[in-house]
Design a protein around this ligand. Structure first.
Ligand code: ZN
Length: 365
């Protein structure tokens, strides 16, 4: 299997937060194929450990399996379905998208988020974003009884209809690039590390509920108590006209690391990476002559923000791949970035040896 095939396969598996089972099953089999056994904790995190040098700091490398979506809130008498948002679902991007009610493999039901007929749209409605309670899903049913008979009830999970489209220049568009692309990278990193003799213990964690409450990975960290945590996820590409003022992260410009993340609305958390980790990735990129883009901005964070606070603190960093159009049904990444991210990690991880210092005092600038 190639990295690209892992990415495509994983993007097509539905796995709303809290309903990651099918993604987990796939990843468990993929890791087993590499000879690495894994366990599932009670929250649903898949944990696969590659043992290494006991004298070196242990590493938790993780990416989230879940994706954002919707949950059935109410079934109308006429068979239309009302929903709640689960995660940072952009209401602006919802009308006229295809969705999938996740009932069970082979039983999933397609539907669409209705978009009011244009011919009946009044002038003052044309530029308005409809709040999600006003939206409804049309799955073709004519009555509430038909909806229920199809296995859809209050609480049924819904995701964007799984889709992959290959664009020019090795770019891929589709569902759940966030964060299945990183799950695919983890498989390739695990595969490469099995052949490396000198390496630290690496716990591969495929985490749950990141898009829901950002804390799913915490239960894994509490059990593993890693010294180092490296989180793999998207880094916002800022090379489109609407993002120009936010930074210089280019799609196809190579892997990136986050130097600052913060979110204040309700979450009040963020990550300032450990200096040892910043240095590690700078040195590793230089050694492999790889580009390493830098990102610093508020408005987004990952489950790493909570993992870093476990025990006496975990030396942490967010590393990732540039991605456009986050949380829409058609996110875009570049395969070359994912390949280079894999190379970077395979170079960086074995550098964490018994002499690798996590002592803050060794990094005073
Ligand atoms: Zn993510």
């Amino acid at each position: 299997m190639s990295l690209k095939q892992w990415v495509i396969d994983l993007m097509l598996i539905p796995g709303l937060s809290g309903y990651e089972g099918r993604v987990r099953k796939y990843l468990k089999a993929a890791m087993a194929g590499l000879g690495i056994t894994s366990t599932t904790d009670r929250l649903g995190n898949l944990i696969a450990t590659l043992p290494g040098d006991k004298g070196a700091p242990s590493v938790m490398l993780f990416a989230h399996m879940d994706q954002l979506g919707l949950i059935v809130r109410k079934i109308e008498a006429n068979g239309m379905v009302r929903v709640e948002r689960l995660g940072g679902v952009p209401e602006r991007a919802l009308p006229s998208t295809e969705v999938l009610f996740c009932i069970g493999e082979g039983k999933d039901v397609p539907g669409l988020i209705a978009h009011k007929s244009h011919h009946a749209t009044a002038q003052d409605e044309k530029y308005k974003v409809l709040p999600y309670p006003e939206l409804y899903i049309d799955a073709g049913f004519k009555s509430a009884a038909e909806v229920l008979a199809a296995g859809i009830d209050v609480g049924t999970p819904i995701v964007y209809a799984p889709k992959v489209t290959e664009l020019a220049n090795g770019r891929i568009a589709g569902t759940a690039v966030d964060d299945r692309a990183a799950c695919a990278v983890m498989i390739e990193v695990a595969k490469a590390l099995t052949d490396v003799k000198k390496r630290p213990t690496v716990h591969f964690v495929f985490s749950v509920q990141e898009e829901f409450n950002l804390r799913g990975a915490v239960t894994a960290a509490q059990v593993l108590m890693p010294d180092v945590a490296i989180q793999l996820d998207l880094i916002l590409a800022t090379d489109t006209p609407d993002m120009a003022a936010r930074g210089d992260v280019k799609l196809g410009g190579g892997p990136a690391m986050s130097l600052y993340s913060f979110h204040g609305r309700g979450t009040l958390n963020g990550t300032l990476p450990h200096p040892a980790m910043v240095k590690l990735f700078e040195l590793s990129a230089a050694a492999k002559q790889l580009p390493l883009q830098r990102s610093a901005h508020i408005g987004a964070l990952t489950d790493l923000s909570y993992v870093q606070l476990v025990g006496q603190g975990v030396a942490s960093i967010d590393v990732g791949f540039p991605m456009r159009y986050s949380h829409s049904s058609l996110e875009v990444c570049d395969m070359a970035d994912l390949e280079q991210l894999t190379t970077l990690l395979v170079e960086a991880l074995p550098r964490i040896d018994s002499k690798f210092s996590l002592d803050r005092d060794d990094y005073i600038g």
